[in-house]
Design a protein around this ligand. Structure first.
Ligand code: NAP
Length: 479
């Protein structure tokens, strides 16, 4: 029998208890796994390693290519970056697969509806690129980056995942109605690729309605593919549909690398108390076994978990902490139930996922034509738009660009300013080519330098026309 090497990261808070339970259960199936224990997260931050992920952990993952990890704590709002996000990004695990299903004995308002759905979340782009800047002392900016290649990878993975599990439909959930270039790219990619998968019913849903539909009629969903931030939020929501975060596993998949972990965090208040629900990490280890091709052991654990729940062994998150079974007793019960079939409950059979193999070229979609037709010059100023506008027009009088409008947080405030807008100190000043012909970016830079002599320029963006289409959106109220 072949053996598998897996890097195991116990994690922080409740992580070590959950991971120990999963490792014990996997070992009890008889599958040959060499667990290589490594660390990341809080204890590593304390050693002064700012990334939270030390080199020997990185080396181990590069060697085993498969990881089972507990949650890692992250300081909120200041200091170190999340070691989780670092791990996902370091190994380019671009797809996060988050399944939830109705479970026996775990009563929810949806019990009996047969919820069995999966959120496929893009895992490395979007606002999670974590590129933030103070534009002025009182205006912060976070860049939402969505690439054509990233969109194609996640959409193809979602279709391939749906196929690997014999699923019927794939919904793409975006906010393309508002963010036409970023979220819109994902929607357009989905609609372009969908015809290659005629066996899977595909449809688009706006993310806010998706959240509404998930609460109202969750069983209509099979697989949902979405961007990073949307996916983060709706996958916590979907976990609540089946009994909470204690039951929500996940897989972070890249090309030839996979990190399995619960959706939940380190829940520090329960750490070391032997009361938490280890099911999410146990089901993550089931996903890991499927990834390793150990389908029999995976099905045995899933049946054993279902049987344990059918027997009424429920942890405190489900029945209250005064009545719940201890984590260690739940784990023993699952091990005892290995080999039993959960009467009346199905376990999905699946095939390995075919991960998309896309070009590693940095330029994924080359343009035939790319012209600069203007520039958005962002200015830090306390001057009201009605005065700033004419001042900028005077500076630009001789330039090949002329001021088209000023907006404040996306709404036009000059000319014909909207008096309702409570302006902040950052103004987006849109300059367009005066002649109608493309300009050189140098012209925009020269203009920005002249503006900067009198007003503070804090940011500049080219306005591109790519293959004849505008590569920028309009401000609210701009013609
Ligand atoms: P959390 O750790 O997921 O806990 C939120 C709540 O969910 C808990 O207070 C508890 O609810 C419930 N819960 C979560 N896991 C449970 C389990 N296994 N059994 C029973 N109940 C469970 O979220 P958080 O408090 O927002 O985050 C804590 C830390 O974890 C933060 O540092 C955060 O950055 C980190 N985090 C890490 C990951 C990861 O490693 N992938 C993911 C998310 C968050 P009740 O309070 O209602 O009992």
């Amino acid at each position: 029998m072949s053996r598998h090497a897996v890097t195991v990261i116990p994690g922080d808070g409740i992580g070590p208890e959950c991971v120990a339970a999963a490792v014990e259960i996997v070992n009890a199936t008889g599958v040959g796994i060499d667990w290589i224990e490594r660390h990341a997260g809080e204890r590593v931050f304390k050693q002064g390693i700012a990334s939270g992920v030390p080199q020997d952990t990185i080396d181990s993952i590069n060697s085993t290519r498969v990881v089972l990890k507990g949650p890692l704590g992250t300081p909120v709002g200041f200091g170190e970056k999340s070691a989780n996000v670092t791990l996902r990004k370091l190994f380019e695990t671009f797809a996060n697969i988050r399944p939830v299903r109705e479970l026996p004995g775990v009563a929810t308002p949806y019990s009996g509806q047969g919820i069995d759905l999966v959120v496929v979340r893009e895992n490395v782009e979007d606002l999670y690129a974590g590129i933030e800047h103070m534009q002025t002392p009182d205006v912060a900016q976070c860049l939402k980056l969505i690439s054509a290649k990233g969109s194609e990878k996640i959409i193809r993975t979602a279709f391939e995942f749906a196929r690997s599990e014999g699923r019927q439909s794939l919904a793409c959930a975006t906010k393309a109605n508002i963010m036409k270039l970023t979220e819109g790219e994902v929607k357009r990619t989905f609609e372009r690729i969908a015809p290659e998968y005629p066996d899977i019913k595909s449809w688009h849903v706006i993310i806010d309605n998706c959240a509404h539909q998930l609460v109202k009629k969750p069983a209509q969903f099979d697989v949902i593919v979405t961007t990073n931030m949307n996916g983060d939020i709706i996958s916590d929501l979907t976990s609540a549909l089946v009994g909470g975060l204690g039951f929500a596993p996940s897989a972070n998949l890249g090309n030839g690398i996979a990190i399995f972990e619960a959706v939940h965090g380190s829940a520090p208040k329960y750490a070391g108390k032997d009361v938490i629900n280890p099911t999410a990490v146990i089901l993550s280890s089931v996903m890991m076994l499927k990834y390793l091709g150990e389908f029999e052991a995976a099905a045995a654990i899933e049946h054993a978990v279902l049987t344990t729940l059918l027997d009424g062994k429920l942890t405190g998150d489900v029945v209250g902490y005064d009545k719940g079974v201890r984590t260690s007793d739940y784990t023993k019960a699952v091990i005892k139930n290995l080999g039993r079939k959960a009467e009346g409950w199905k376990v999905r059979t699946s095939k390995p996922i075919k991960m998309p193999q896309l070009s590693r070229n940095q330029v994924f979609r080359a343009a035939k034509t790319k012209e600069v037709v203007g520039a958005d010059i962002f200015v830090e100023s306390a001057i009201v738009p009605a005065e700033l506008g004419p001042a900028l027009e005077a500076i630009a009088a001789e330039a090949p660009l002329k001021l088209k409008m000023i907006s404040n947080r996306g709404t036009k405030v000059y000319p014909d300013g909207n008096p309702n807008i409570d302006c902040v100190s950052q103004h987006r000043c849109r300059f367009m080519t005066r002649s109608g012909s493309p300009i050189a970016f140098d012209d925009a830079l020269a203009l920005a330098r002249r503006i900067n002599e009198k007003h503070e320029v804090c940011h500049i963006e080219r306005l591109l026309r790519i293959d004849g289409a505008d590569g920028f959106t309009k401000a609210q109220g701009e013609d």
